[in-house]
Ligand binder design. Structure first.
Ligand SMILES: NC(=O)c1ccc[n+]([C@@H]2O[C@H](COP(=O)([O-])OP(=O)(O)OC[C@H]3O[C@@H](n4cnc5c(N)ncnc54)[C@H](O)[C@@H]3O)[C@@H](O)[C@H]2O)c1
Length: 425
């Protein structure tokens, strides 16, 4: 317990470092929450009263993160599946009121300030819109919705009502990503021309089902009606990073998707590859598969002066300093293992990857899923959305849904003008 509290304070201190830079704060307004953080307890009347809707795998993790946020009180939980409903009550020691239906919850608990929605994707839009219309602030897990129309409806409703709609893109609150972004904006890796992102796993993605009629409820990720598969589950995180770092909205996307390995009755692709084009000619190339995990996941942010790999917390210069003596010797020995001495001299040397480990971006142990709630709670307390935060989640969802459309139709899909959210909305 002691170490948890220490870490929590450390996280806040780390975030405060970014929040103290005025120029950076202007481009990342949600860091303002950490500038104001003073670590003091707040009066009970200042508490933010939150309900969690959808307390499955992610919802439970979010609930536990929320319980660590100083001024948050979990007043209600809601889940329409009995085993998860009961576990949610246990997790709150029976202190939260429990419901099977979010509308009944909204009617019964009058002083909810905000909800956290972690239901399956197709169940986001109607719940979020009901809550916003009841004047309740919302944190909703990514991706926003299963369709473009529902995604826009959620965003439009939040803006029209002046309510917070924060999407669960936790990298936006991650100190490593923030430090790297600050360095990008300062020109350290030059002009970004490509983000090469991928997420590879080796698992069927199935969950055990207690009885056959629950298959679609438990394994909703497998079915097109409820899920966009790898795109809405994984790519949403990484395409958000690409848009954020390139600081533009893509103009078009092309792609190819297939069910390549897990031919077990699922409907969603188990293998996708796409290219997103940006107006300045830069690209995000993206692929995801679940039949090989050797390369894991990364967003390789490539500029003419350097590269960033935030998932492994490293930054590389295009012109690294010469390795000192002993490292040079090791390098030479390793090189001779692979090099072939051509007869008559080399005419071409293959451009194999540079075997240089770069530098750590930021020495952080972080929990961005917790930090995003510190920001959310502060916004709710201030009764005011952070400019541009919804925009990030919104464009990430539109991007992955357009990517799905490109793969389903086998056509290049242009980004429709009506799905561009301007800055500072
Ligand atoms: N940000 C992240 O890193 C991250 C990680 C995992 C999952 N997620 C997202 O979290 C969401 C949930 O994923 P999960 O893996 O927890 O799914 P899950 O199936 O484990 O949990 C969903 C829960 O919602 C409940 N539910 C369904 N419809 C409901 C309704 N109408 N009212 C109340 N409860 C309802 C289900 O009974 C279940 O308990 C998804 O949007 C997913 O993309 C985000």
């Amino acid at each position: 317990m002691e170490s948890k509290i220490k870490n929590r304070r450390d996280f806040l201190k780390e975030m405060g470092v970014y929040a103290s830079s005025t120029a950076f704060l202007a481009s990342i307004p949600w860091l303002d929450a950490f500038a104001q953080e003073n670590g003091k307890n707040v009066a009970a009347s200042d508490r933010v009263r939150i309900a969690v809707i959808g307390v499955g795998s992610r919802g439970r993790a979010l609930l536990m993160n929320l319980q660590q946020v100083e001024n948050v009180e979990i007043v209600a939980v809601c889940d329409n599946y009995e085993p998860h409903y009961s576990r949610a009550i246990e997790l709150t020691d029976g202190k939260a009121k429990a419901f099977y239906d979010h509308k009944k919850m909204i009617d019964a608990v009058k002083d909810i300030d905000a909800v956290v929605v972690a239901t399956p994707l197709h169940e986001h839009a109607h719940i979020v819109v009901d809550c916003l219309n009841a004047d309740i602030h919302v944190f909703c897990e990514k991706a926003m919705a299963r369709t473009l129309v529902d995604t826009k409806l959620m965003a439009d409703t939040a803006i029209a009502k002046g309510k917070i709609l924060q999407i669960g893109q936790q990298r936006l609150f991650n100190p490593v990503y923030l430090n790297a972004l600050e360095r990008v904006r300062a020109g350290e890796i030059g002009q970004i021309t490509q983000v090469r992102a991928y997420w590879h796993r080796n698992a069927d993605w199935r969950r055990p089902v207690p009885s056959p009629e629950l298959e679609r409820k438990i394994n909703w990720r497998m079915y097109n009606e409820y899920s966009g598969g790898l795109m809405t589950e994984l790519a949403a995180h990484q395409v958000q990073v690409a848009n954020w770092y390139i600081d533009k909205v893509p103009t078009q996307v092309m792609g190819s998707g297939s069910i390549c390995f897990w031919k077990d009755g699922r409907e969603v692709y188990d293998h996708v590859a796409l290219v997103y084009d940006y107006p300045d000619g830069s690209k995000c190339t993206y692929d995801s598969m679940i039949a090989n995990k050797h390369h894991g996941l990364e967003e390789q942010i490539m500029g003419n002066l350097g590269t960033i790999e935030p998932e492994i917390n490293r930054i590389y210069s295009e012109n690294p300093p010469q390795a000192p003596g002993i490292r040079q010797l090791v390098h030479d020995i390793e090189s001779s293992i692979f090099d072939v001495i051509p007869i008559g001299g080399a005419t071409w040397i293959p451009e194999t990857a540079v075997q240089y480990r770069g530098d750590v971006i930021a020495p952080y142990e972080n929990n961005d899923s917790f930090l995003q709630f510190v920001g959310f709670a502060k916004a709710v307390k201030n009764n005011k959305p952070y400019p541009n935060l919804l925009r990030e989640g919104y464009h990430a969802t539109i991007a992955v849904l357009l990517g799905l459309q490109a793969m389903d139709t086998n056509e290049i899909v242009a980004w429709p003008a009506e799905y561009v959210m301007e800055k500072d909305v």
